[in-house]
Design a protein around this ligand. Structure first.
Ligand code: AHG
Ligand code: MN
Ligand code: MN
Length: 337
C-alpha cells in the first residue's frame, strides 16, 4: 500500500470529518512537529542531561522532570505560535496559557499532558503526550477564556496521543474512527500503520495498581475479585498487566482489549476522585476508545458527558472493551453507584 502520511489521511477522510480544513490541518501538522521534537529528545534522554528533576513542584504537587518541562515548553512554544489556537491548558500549568502578543488567534483550544508516565523515564519505559482539541465557544472578537476550554469531552473535535517507545506512534481520531501512524525516522514522517483501529469487544487482561487495594471501596474490590475469579464469565482469571504509564497501559488495552482502571481511592483525602485528570488524560482517551467502539466511565457516568468545573479536576477512569467496562458498571450499580 502506498505510504500515507497524516495530512493525506486527513484529506482522504475529509468528507467524514469536516475538520480537515486549512486551520485544522495546520494545527495537526504543528502538533506532529512537536511530537517529532519531543521524540528526538526522549530517544537520547539517557545520553544528555535531560533526565532527573528540575527541582520544581508543579500544580499537581508533583516533582517536575526535566523531560516533562522540555515537552511542555516545546508544545507551548510551537502551538501558541501556530495561529490556529486561541487558548491552551497544560497539565503542568496552573492556569490557561495565553497566546503571545502579536500572534494571530485561531478557532481552536488545545489541552494536553505534555509527558505522561514521566516517573518511568529513567527506566526507559514507554511514555507519551496526550492531547485534546476543541472548537472555541466564545465569539472570535472576544478574548478566549476558561469557558472555551472547560467543555465536556463530547465536544472534542480531535484527540489522541503520541507514544514514545520501541517506535514513536501517533494514535488519533478526528471523529471518523481511530488511526495509528508510526514515525519513520528515515523520512521524518508519521505514516499510516494502523488504519481504523477497533478495540476487541472482550479482552483477557485487567490493568490496575493493586498496591492500593486497602484504599478501595467494596465495589472496586469486588470488581478486581471478579477479574481474578476462575469462575467468572470467561471461566478463567484475567491476566494482570500494569506499567504505570497511562499511555502505555491504554495503548495495550486499545490494541489487545481488556480494561484499565484508575478508581477513586481513600489514599489521599485531597484526591478523593483518584489521580488521573479529566481534561488532559481521561477525556482524550475516552474520545479515542469510543471512536474505537469501546467505553469509558467514571463508574457511574460516561466520561465524555462530564461537565468540567476546573482545569485540573481529577476523575476515576474505567476504560476499555465494552464487555469488561459494562461488567464494572453492573457491579458498581449493584453497590448503589
Ligand atoms: P503523569 O506522568 O502525566 O503525571 O501521569 C502519571 C499517571 C499515569 O501515567 C499513570 O497511569 C499513573 O500516573 C500511575 O499512577 P500510580 O503510580 O499511582 O499507579
Ligand atoms: Mn499523565
Ligand atoms: Mn504528565
Amino acid at each position: 500500500m502506498p505510504e500515507i502520511n497524516v495530512t493525506e489521511h486527513l484529506l482522504l477522510n475529509q468528507k467524514k470529518s469536516p475538520m480537515a480544513r486549512g486551520q485544522f490541518t495546520h494545527l495537526v501538522n504543528q502538533l506532529i512537529l512537536s511530537f517529532k521534537i519531543i521524540s528526538r529528545e526522549v530517544s537520547k534522554a539517557g545520553l544528555v542531561d535531560i533526565l532527573g528533576f528540575t527541582g520544581e513542584i508543579n500544580v499537581q504537587g508533583e516533582q517536575v522532570k526535566k523531560l516533562d518541562e522540555y515537552a511542555n515548553n516545546v508544545l507551548i512554544h510551537r502551538m501558541s505560535r501556530a495561529g490556529v489556537i486561541c487558548a491552551m491548558s497544560s497539565e503542568e500549568n496552573d492556569g490557561i496559557i495565553e497566546i503571545p502578543e502579536g500572534f494571530p488567534r485561531g478557532d481552536y483550544t488545545l489541552v494536553f499532558d505534555p509527558l505522561d508516565g514521566s516517573s518511568n523515564i529513567e527506566a526507559n519505559i514507554n511514555i507519551g503526550t496526550i492531547f485534546s482539541v476543541y472548537r472555541r465557544t466564545t465569539p472570535a472578537e472576544q478574548e478566549a477564556g476558561l469557558e472555551d476550554i472547560l467543555q465536556p469531552g463530547v465536544e472534542q473535535v480531535a484527540a489522541g496521543y503520541c507514544i514514545y517507545g520501541s517506535s514513536t506512534m501517533l494514535v488519533m481520531s478526528t471523529g471518523a474512527g481511530v488511526h495509528g501512524f508510526t514515525l519513520d525516522p528515515s523520512v521524518g514522517e508519521f505514516l499510516l500503520s494502523h488504519p481504523d483501529i477497533k478495540i476487541p469487544e472482550k479482552g483477557s487482561t485487567y490493568s490496575i495498581n493493586e498496591g492500593y487495594t486497602h484504599y478501595w471501596d467494596a465495589a472496586t474490590r469486588e470488581v478486581v475479585d471478579y477479574f481474578k475469579d476462575p469462575n467468572n464469565d470467561s471461566r478463567k482469571p484475567y491476566s494482570s498487566r500494569y506499567i504505570g504509564s497511562l499511555v502505555a497501559d491504554f495503548h495495550r488495552t486499545l490494541l489487545y482489549g481488556g480494561i484499565f482502571l484508575y478508581p477513586a481511592d481513600m489514599r489521599d483525602p485531597s484526591k478523593p476522585k483518584g489521580k488521573l485528570r479529566l481534561m488532559s488524560e481521561a477525556n482524550p482517551l475516552a474520545y479515542i476508545v469510543e471512536q474505537a467502539w469501546g467505553l469509558a466511565t467514571d463508574g457511574t457516568h460516561r466520561i465524555l458527558d462530564i461537565q468540567p468545573k476546573h482545569l485540573h479536576q481529577r476523575v476515576p477512569l474505567i476504560i476499555g472493551s465494552p464487555f469488561e467496562v459494562q461488567k464494572v458498571r453492573d457491579i458498581y450499580r449493584k453497590h448503589g453507584y
